[in-house]
Ligand binder design. Structure first.
Ligand code: P6P
Length: 335
């Protein structure tokens, strides 16, 4: 029966958030409410993602469905869902999203938090039915209540995050997040409409044998990176790269591994965005015992200069990130 199923699969996300609320003596539940708002929006996005092929909401833009309605891209829909949930929740005063050029002021003047979000990363994978994900960072606003000020409230280094997480719409849908006291993973049970604690206290293996990088552009890589990749091959590591950051990151977090999106001669800052991709996953990586850098400096120490700035990303098992940083350093010294 439903109650047995609920009992057998353990703690719901709501109950877990409530249990952990005591970790924040000063927060009177706003962060808890904010996490619930994100979970709610992710349930809606999950449903729409799973039906994408059916109701013709694929990645392709400008389709019209049988009703002749203009079809929106799924990442645009996801952005609307998350922004609407955060607006209604009332806890967030501003959102910076991959989908919007400028910061969105939610007009929640007393909202204590700012959210940076990639509502649906890797949405080009939807049409080929590969897992995709939502990535989010949560900051406390710096300025007193009123309209948020971009320079102070939005452009905070990742080290100022109070929470961060991702939702992976995969073979099952999971929500993984941290509030600075470790990392916990929840698996969605659609028949109950609930996330259940399935991966308590996630801990990244210190080392690993999986490397995730798009070697198709290796002729554009710096020499030290190609040297590291060569080492991975000599050790017969597994190359696993599915072109969906959240899915690659999540697998490496569970099994041990490193994900690299490097600077190249054509893209000196790589491809991934600092505010709503690298920072959140870097907070998760560190909180689970892993490491994240741009190849030299800690991602969470980078002071943002612009909303959509890119950063190279080396993230995953601590020893793997440390090793590649060492190789890069050695080769950079000799260049
Ligand atoms: P490339 C998807 O577009 C994405 O942002 C990440 O999810 C993914 O890891 C990466 O870009 C893939 O980029 O250049 O290897 O196709």
């Amino acid at each position: 029966s439903t109650s047995n199923l609920a009992y057998s699969v353990g703690v719901t996300l709501d109950r877990f958030i409530k249990m952990k609320q005591d970790d924040f003596p000063f927060a009177s539940g706003e962060l808890s409410q904010l996490l619930r708002d994100i979970a709610l929006a992710s349930k809606i996005v999950n449903r729409e993602t799973n039906r994408a092929g059916l109701s013709n909401i694929g990645g392709a833009f400008g389709n019209t469905n049988i009703q002749g309605e203009e079809q929106q891209k799924l990442d645009v829909i996801a952005n609307i869902r998350f922004t609407r949930a955060l607006t209604k929740g009332g806890e967030v005063c501003a959102v910076v999203s991959e989908e919007d050029d400028e910061v969105i002021d939610l007009q929640n003047k007393s909202g204590k938090y700012v959210v940076a979000i990639d509502p649906l990363d890797g949405s080009s994978n939807i049409d080929v039915n590969i897992s995709i994900g939502t990535i989010f960072s949560i900051y406390r606003r710096v300025t007193p209540i009123g309209s948020p000020i971009q320079a102070e409230d939005i452009m905070q280094p990742g080290s100022q995050q109070v929470a961060a997480g991702y939702v992976l719409y995969g073979s099952s849908t999971m929500m993984v997040y941290t509030t600075g006291n470790g990392v916990n993973g929840f698996t969605y049970e659609p028949s109950l409409g609930e996330f259940f604690l399935s991966h308590p206290n996630m801990s990244a293996p210190d080392n690993g044998k999986i490397y995730s990088i798009n070697e198709g552009t290796s002729n554009l890589f710096e020499p030290g990176l190609n040297k590291y990749i060569e080492t991975c091959k000599q050790r017969e590591y597994s190359a696993r790269y599915i072109g969906s950051l959240v899915a690659d990151f999540h697998r490496n977090l569970l099994k041990g591994g490193i994900y690299i999106y490097p600077a190249t001669s054509k893209a000196p800052n790589g491809k991934l965005r600092l505010l709503y991709e690298a920072n959140a996953l870097s907070f998760i990586a560190e909180q689970s015992g892993g490491k994240a850098s741009d190849g030299a400096q800690r991602i969470l120490d980078i002071l943002p200069q612009s909303l959509h700035q890119r950063t190279p990303l080396y993230i995953g098992s601590k020893k793997m990130v440390e090793e590649v940083e060492e190789v890069l350093r050695n080769y950079r010294e000799f260049v």
